[in-house]
Design a protein around this ligand. Structure first.
Ligand code: NAP
Length: 321
């Protein structure tokens, strides 16, 4: 099956949904491919207190549901599915969804975001899904009144630790340095939490656990001190890895210029990629701010530029990064 569209948006986070709002209102009748995790990373975030418009804060899933609904109300057509390959070598741009539906798009907005980064140690693979997780909101309920560890020192790790501390008996926050990367407000809260202990200068070496047939469960973690290189173990029932994210750009790399960390290169302050008519918005092109709000704002810019591109006549446009 082949479908022609004026604007195809790939990715269903704040950037993609906001691009949909603007592209719809510009009459581009956008189609948005929602991927495997509609709502993006915010759907695995518990409390959100810094998204404007929610004076008392809200939850990530609620905010995303609101933006999604606003996008639909303005006219964005949502399609469940995964873009499996693209061909940006000629116009219209070709994007294949679920290996069967071909979209021929006059403009494309890439808003695929980023996925969880893992520690990449052998034992992590063994216990992933059996006590090792990247999402406290999703899996925290398994560890009520138990001891858990969160790895990382950024905003996400600290938020995960605070969330888990409300349910679990004890939370270890494991950080590889002696200073947290998280913002000051979160640092203060984590330092005050009575049942959170920060293990400074520590990196996980091995996740310890038991296996009986297909059943596996975590029992602890072996850590190394980064200063004196000594090793020690802690007993925990669950481990949450919150060490940042990797931009989801694999399927675009043959056409779109990426930086050395895999983020899409855009012309500063714009959503322009190296290909006129293909725009990028949100975390997939932002190694710096990576906020839901900045993602939404860049989605807005991409929606506006998609309209300009089509209005100005694609062949005249030379705006690339
Ligand atoms: P991040 O800021 O990149 O932090 C990743 C953390 O993991 C850092 O502390 C880093 O240590 C550590 N780390 C990285 N690789 C590691 C490894 N292999 N082993 C051990 N530790 C490792 O990622 P994030 O916390 O997911 O945040 C991403 C972005 O989203 C940020 O811009 C953040 O501000 C934003 N965010 C905002 C909010 C909010 O405002 N409410 C909530 C969540 C996220 P180092 O510090 O030593 O590099």
């Amino acid at each position: 099956m082949t479908e022609s569209v004026k604007c195809l948006i790939i990715g269903a986070g704040p950037a993609g949904y906001t691009a949909g709002i603007y592209a719809s209102r510009a009459g581009l009748e956008p189609v948005l491919i929602e991927g495997l995790q509609p709502g993006g990373q915010l759907t695995i975030t518990s409390d959100v207190e810094n998204f404007p418009g929610y004076p008392d804060g809200s939850t990530g899933p609620q905010i995303m549901e609101d933006i999604r609904q606003q996008s639909i109300n303005n006219g964005t057509k949502m399609i469940g599915g995964l873009v499996t390959s693209v061909d940006f070598s000629k116009r219209p741009f070709q994007c294949i969804v679920n290996e069967k539906t071909t979209f021929l798009a006059d403009t494309v907005i890439i808003a695929t975001g980023a996925t969880a980064r893992w520690l990449e140690i052998e034992s992590e693979k063994k216990f992933k899904g059996f006590g090792v997780s990247a999402c406290a909101t999703c899996d925290g309920a398994f560890f009520v009144n138990k001891d858990v560890a969160v790895v990382g020192g950024g905003d996400t790790a600290v938020e995960e630790a605070l969330y888990l501390a409300q349910r679990s008996k004890k939370v270890y926050l494991i950080h590889r340095r002696d200073q947290l990367r998280a913002c000051k407000a979160l640092q203060e809260r984590v330092l005050e939490a009575p049942n959170i202990e920060i293990l400074w200068n520590s990196i996980p070496k091995e996740i310890l656990g038991e296996q009986q047939g297909f059943i596996r469960n975590v029992t602890g973690m072996r850590l190394a001190n980064t200063v004196d290189h000594s090793e020690y173990t802690i007993a925990v029932d669950g481990i949450f890895v919150s060490i940042g994210a990797i931009p989801a750009t694999e399927i675009f790399k043959d056409y779109i210029t990426l930086d050395r960390n895999g983020y899409i290169k855009t012309k500063p302050g714009t959503p322009f990629t190296n290909i006129p008519g293909v725009f990028a918005a949100g975390d997939v092109q932002d190694p710096n701010y990576r906020q839901a709000l900045t993602a939404a704002a860049s989605g807005c810019m991409a929606g506006i530029e998609a309209e300009r591109f089509l209005t100005l006549n694609a062949d005249e446009s030379n705006e690339t990064c």
